[in-house]
Design a protein around this ligand. Structure first.
Ligand SMILES: Cc1cc2nc3c(=O)[nH]c(=O)nc-3n(C[C@H](O)[C@H](O)[C@H](O)COP(=O)(O)OP(=O)(O)OC[C@H]3O[C@@H](n4cnc5c(N)ncnc54)[C@H](O)[C@@H]3O)c2cc1C
Length: 438
């Protein structure tokens, strides 16, 4: 009987763990190396002063079909996600909620009943969706979201309350720079698809528990191994397989998947001595930050909806963690992409966001009992037109790349990360099968 090949995955974020789970499901012996002691990478729990929060508030949407499949596979319960119809609620300015009807009526009726939109706003939204549909959601190459909004005559109200916050939330890139094609793809697969696809799914448990911890348990039952606190610093390809610097074992690996963030992949690729161009391409990807401001306002404090839009900045969205399984009165206020807020100190930012919440909710709020700013400086790549995103293949046979930056129609999201991980697992299996047959 042929030996079962052993595969190493570097990185226990959503991409690496998705890849490992898929490999283990098919009987391949997989070991995941993770430099940190926490699982989840850029989507992980952070424990501070007795509070448990995520490194950044995340949302999923119904269109995340691969991630939701893997959540089910690894034993997740639907109760772990708060499922909400698409709702854009900006206090005192806009209330737009998808109706409980099949597509496209869910949006058409939602738009008809929306509060805060004039007829010209409704007309403009339909105009853009019709323009996109007519072209099969293909926009001219190189177009930015800003130009698409101008071309389809979007009103200032729609821009400010709908398109700008949706674009920065989905692509983590402001409309002036964001790639219109990727935004069109997101709209096609969410607003333009079934009613389920546009649903918003908010995790009721922390992001490490949601998938990474469940994936680790799944691996343990399938002879998979997870080595946390174990960084890999170099990859040496050889005739008998790959050796990893930092690996305490002595056996070579038949195949290796680099599932780190893009800014860590370059050095690992370069260490092979055979991937300098690819490493340089990945190192050239631009990045955007995301800051999350947590305000513990105390039990009894809540927002009018689980998730509200904020119109005036610095924060673009606020989430009521107490209404989705978290600490009562804990608000997570999200500031995506670069902006003026970056010149503020953390204390100034907390005060600015608190004042913004008071202004936009139209009431005084108590002083926070606890507050925390978490800034991810390179949260995702900046989703601009013409970006050169690599595929999963590298110039070294048997060495693969997985992660949210891998070329796809979508921006950097949990779903993109998972899809790249699953695609890598398929490629690894195909190569392993070829080797066994040959
Ligand atoms: C604040 C914030 C908010 C976000 N909001 C959303 C959202 O609402 N919805 C959404 O879908 N997406 C969101 N994203 C994007 C999403 O989190 C990422 O796309 C996704 O987590 C990327 O996963 P990954 O596995 O590709 O990479 P990572 O999560 O970066 O995982 C890479 C792992 O590799 C490890 N590693 C690196 N180098 C080594 C080494 N040498 N040896 C061993 N291990 C190594 C790292 O420690 C890390 O655990 C957000 C991101 C951030 C930061």
């Amino acid at each position: 009987m042929a030996a079962v090949p052993a595969v190493a995955v570097i990185g226990a974020g959503y991409a690496g763990l998705a890849c490992a789970v898929e490999l283990a499901r098919h009987g391949i012996h997989v070991t995941v190396f993770e430099r940190s002691h926490a699982l989840g990478g850029r989507a992980r729990v952070v424990r501070k002063d007795g509070h448990e929060v995520d490194n950044g508030q995340h949302i999923l949407i119904g269109a995340y079909t691969e991630l939701t499949r893997l959540l089910r596979l690894t034993g997740g319960s639907p109760k772990q996600l708060e499922r909400l119809p698409l709702t854009l609620h900006v206090p005192g300015k806009l209330h737009l909620k998808a109706a409980p009807l099949p597509a496209p009526l869910h949006l058409a009726v939602g738009l008809l009943l929306a509060r805060g939109l004039a007829w010209k706003d409704r007309g403009a939204m339909l105009r853009m969706m019709r323009w996109l549909k007519k072209s099969g959601f293909r926009v001219p190459p190189g177009m930015k979201v800003e130009a698409m909004l101008a071309l389809t005559n979007q009103t200032p109200t729609l821009r400010q309350l709908v398109w700008e916050p949706l674009c920065v939330a989905a692509l983590n890139t402001p409309v002036a720079e964001a790639c219109a094609q990727v935004f069109a793809n997101v709209l096609r697969d969410s607003l333009g698809a079934s009613a389920d696809a546009s649903e918003v799914l908010i995790p009721r448990i922390d992001l490490s528990e949601l998938f990474p911890v469940a994936a680790a348990r799944y691996l343990a039952t399938r002879r998979g191994r997870l080595r946390t606190g174990n960084a890999i610093s170099a990859i040496q390809p050889g005739d008998d397989g790959f050796r990893l610097e930092g690996d305490p074992g002595s056996q070579p690996w038949s195949q290796v998947v680099i599932a780190t963030a893009p800014y860590h992949a370059g050095a690992l690729l370069a260490s092979t001595g055979a991937c300098d161009r690819l490493a340089a391409q990945i190192d050239a990807l631009p990045h955007e930050p995301i800051a999350t401001v947590y305000l513990a306002l105390g039990a009894g404090q809540s927002l009018p909806e689980v998730m509200i839009g904020l119109a005036e900045g610095p924060a673009q969205w606020a989430f009521d963690r107490g209404r989705c399984g978290g600490e009562p009165g804990l608000m997570a206020c999200v500031i995506s992409a670069h902006g003026a807020h970056e010149s503020l100190s953390q204390d100034e930012l907390i005060l600015a966001v608190l004042a913004q919440l008071e202004r936009e909710l139209g009431r005084r709020l108590p002083a926070p009992q606890w507050s925390q700013v978490i800034v991810e400086k390179r949260a995702t790549f900046a989703c601009r037109p013409g970006l050169l995103r690599p595929g999963i293949r590298t110039p070294v046979a048997g060495l693969w790349l997985a992660g949210d930056y891998i070329d796809s129609p979508y921006p950097a999201t949990l779903e993109s990360a998972v899809r790249a991980g699953v695609a890598c697992a398929e490629a690894v299996r195909a190569r392993a099968d070829g080797g066994r047959k040959g």
